[in-house]
Design a protein around this ligand. Structure first.
Ligand code: SF4
Length: 293
């Protein structure tokens, strides 16, 4: 190997994805087993300070890498204040070399942002939003323990448009207690009419330790208004998702993820391609090849 090639390889930075976990939520949803909880403004501020220190602690490691994607997940990252968002991103840009075309995603829930916060997110470099809707039926949203109605989601959707976001994911859920094929199809129709670039469509899994699991054990999901759909109905909902989204020009590129061409989530794909990633915050993990974090 010539000296110049050796030098080039030595200087070439490796690709890195950053994941930042913000564990705060307004309240816990009935199906959720993620690491998330409600927190006071002081706890949130202390957490952000600790997160900034953690980012700074990677000063030495960061030199080897160029960041290709950043994902703020949760929890509900959109509960951060505009100032906290700005502080986190300023620290990231100070410590890491971030590619100018990096995909930068922030998860959010309807009703937790106003136009000022969305503009702060955009100014900080966020260019992709992932919005937790789950269902367009208000009675299903209530049963899930969500903090918003469908109408509140629509207001938030309009605000994201106003703020200039052009790459947005909507999260949906099927096989919910009380959900029918008709109500799910209505949700799909309403959401597709908004022409999102990406949809994540998950089938409910009953996780131990959740309110739903407790209801299930008590037999509340076997009968009445919150009866779980049968296996056949669950399968039909899955097939309906594939069919309706394909008709809308969204292809299935991952188990639960559908996108318009070119709008696949690069951060998600990186996990499948074993791109190195660095997790920051509680409840995150890292894959750094040949090293420890
Ligand atoms: S908003 Fe998301 S993370 Fe928070 S409790 Fe609900 S499902 Fe869990």
């Amino acid at each position: 190997m010539s000296d110049s090639i050796f030098l080039y390889l030595k200087m070439k930075k490796r690709n890195l994805e950053l994941y930042l976990h913000i564990p705060f939520c307004v309240r816990k949803c009935n199906y959720c087993d993620f690491f998330s909880a409600s927190g006071t403004p002081k706890e949130q501020a202390d957490y952000v300070s600790a997160m900034i220190q953690e980012i700074q602690s990677y000063q030495e490691l960061s030199g080897e890498y160029e960041v290709q994607t950043i994902f703020l997940g949760g929890g509900t990252p959109s509960l951060l204040t505009p100032e906290q968002i700005e502080k986190i991103f300023t620290t990231i840009y100070h410590i890491f070399s971030v590619n100018e075309n990096a995909e930068i995603t922030m998860e959010m829930n309807p009703g937790t942002v106003d136009i000022e916060k969305l503009r702060a997110m955009k100014a900080a470099g966020v260019n992709r939003l992932s919005i937790g809707l789950q269902s367009a039926q208000n009675e299903e949203l209530k049963m899930l323990g969500r903090i918003h109605t469908y109408e509140e989601f629509l207001e938030t959707w309009k605000l994201t448009e106003q703020a200039g976001f052009k790459n947005r994911n909507i999260d949906l859920m099927s096989a919910l207690p009380g959900q029918t094929i008709e109500s799910y199809e209505d949700t799909l129709s309403k959401v597709l009419a908004l022409e999102p670039e990406h949809i994540s469509a998950y089938s409910l899994i009953l996780e131990e330790g959740t309110v739903f699991y407790d209801w299930y054990e008590k037999g509340k999901l076997d009968r009445g208004a919150w009866k779980l759909p049968s296996e056949e109905e669950e399968y039909a909902m899955g097939e309906l998702t594939i069919q309706r989204l394909a008709e809308a020009g969204m292809h299935r590129y991952e188990i639960s993820n559908y996108a318009k061409p070119g709008k696949e989530c690069r951060h998600n794909l990186g996990y499948w391609d074993r791109v190195e990633y660095l997790g920051i915050g509680a409840g995150s993990s890292s894959l750094i090849k040949g090293g420890t974090v």
